[in-house]
Design a binder for this molecule. Structure first.
Ligand code: PLP
Length: 367
């Protein structure tokens, strides 16, 4: 056997030039590289309080049954979500995180001749899955760091099948208001599905912030994606869900892996849904600490984007990469945004009071 036979298997043309998703650096890696015992990770918009205790007990209880396959359609969890959200069971699909659903949408709805309309600084995974699935991302510039929904509607052409909008958006934290989303839905031709990614829905406390599920209930061509990774503190288990018309859910169900959500994630999500107190504590912490972080950054002459989520996007007005590295040297992990063509910006998740203090002290030194 020769090595040269494998050369024919080099990157297929549609994957050339595709950016890989850059995730937040793991705490262990930074700890062993820097030798700093107390590493603070504010890089992936996780819940700084951790998972709910109810979710942890449910996981412990389910451990002895790990030799069994999960319930493929996740019936109990879908049932709980359907009754909580006032939709039918047939309108709910579960994903291995909401990124799984972002990918399943491209797999189900895009052929090589199709495109998906996406903002330039939208959540990176949108464009990546479209390209990986051999579709074409059609990128639209943002306006004032916010999805320009009029321009996105204007970019729709006869080959468009999907239009991805994260509301609030990651990494900018900015959001689109009710009347903007409604005007977009009205402008869409029948063959186009609006993917409303509401990963940060629970944090969004502006009266003008729309609940996408209202549009699904009215029969609009919308799928709403939400996740247990953020407010519910279950990012490591990988579980999210989508709410749409039954025929949209059926298409996703046909292309998903039969066991795309694992049994521990299913029971943890079900238990976490019941733990309202944990959610309330996480919301209260985020509200007060986000306001404090904002004020502290402003005191340092920095002006973060307005954010309805659990993170802030801060323009440092100078190259952010050296500041990112100096923060790492001090054991603080944030997210550089070069991949989003924002080389002067950092995204920082709202942590506990102590974590935010460590970040601010390290930032003063790094600046
Ligand atoms: N969508 C947006 C807008 C996000 O910011 C994130 C995570 O950062 C996700 C989806 C991914 O969530 P999940 O962990 O459910 O895959």
């Amino acid at each position: 056997m020769t090595a040269s036979r494998a050369e024919a298997l080099s990157l297929p043309p549609h994957l050339r030039g595709l950016d890989r998703y850059e995730s937040g650096l793991p705490i262990e890696q930074v700890r062993s590289r820097s030798g700093i015992a107390r590493v603070v990770k504010l890089a992936s918009n996780e819940n700084p309080l951790g998972p709910s205790r109810l979710a942890l007990s449910a996981v412990a209880e389910a451990l002895p049954t790990l030799h069994r396959y999960p319930d493929g359609p996740a019936t109990a969890l879908r049932g709980a979500l359907a009754s909580r959200l006032g939709v039918d069971l047939a309108q709910v699909v579960i994903g291995n995180g909401s990124t799984d659903l972002i990918d399943l949408l491209a797999r189900a709805f895009l052929g090589p001749e199709n495109n998906a309309v996406i903002s330039e600084q939208a959540f990176a995974r949108f464009g990546q899955v479209v390209q990986a699935r051999n579709g074409r991302p059609k990128l639209v510039p943002m306006r004032a760091s916010t999805h320009d929904l009029e321009a996105m509607a204007a970019a729709v052409d006869p080959d468009t099948r999907l239009l991805y909008v994260a509301n609030p958006n990651n990494p900018t934290g900015t959001w689109n208001r009710r009347r903007e989303i409604e005007a977009l839905i009205d402008a869409l031709p029948p063959a186009v599905l609006l993917v409303l990614d509401e990963a940060y829905f629970e944090y969004a406390d502006d009266p003008d912030y729309p609940n996408g599920i209202d549009y699904v209930r009215l029969g609009a061509p919308v799928i709403v994606l939400r996740t247990f990774s953020k407010i519910y503190g279950l990012a490591g288990l990988r579980i999210g869900y989508g709410i749409a018309a039954p025929q949209v859910i059926e298409s996703l169900d046909m292309v998903r892996e039969p066991f795309n959500s694992n049994s521990l994630a299913q029971v943890a999500a079900l238990a976490a849904l019941q733990d309202r107190e944990h959610v309330e504590r996480a919301l209260a912490l985020n509200r007060s600490e986000k306001a404090r972080l904002l004020a502290e950054l402003r005191r340092r002459g920095l002006e973060p984007q307005p954010s309805l989520a659990n993170f802030l996007c801060v323009d440092l007005r100078r190259e952010a990469a050296p500041v990112f590295r100096r923060l790492l040297d001090r054991g603080v992990i944030v997210r550089p945004l070069r991949a989003y063509h924002l080389p002067d910006a950092l995204r920082v998740s709202v942590g506990t009071g102590e974590e935010n203090d460590i970040f601010l002290t390290a930032l003063d030194a790094a600046l």
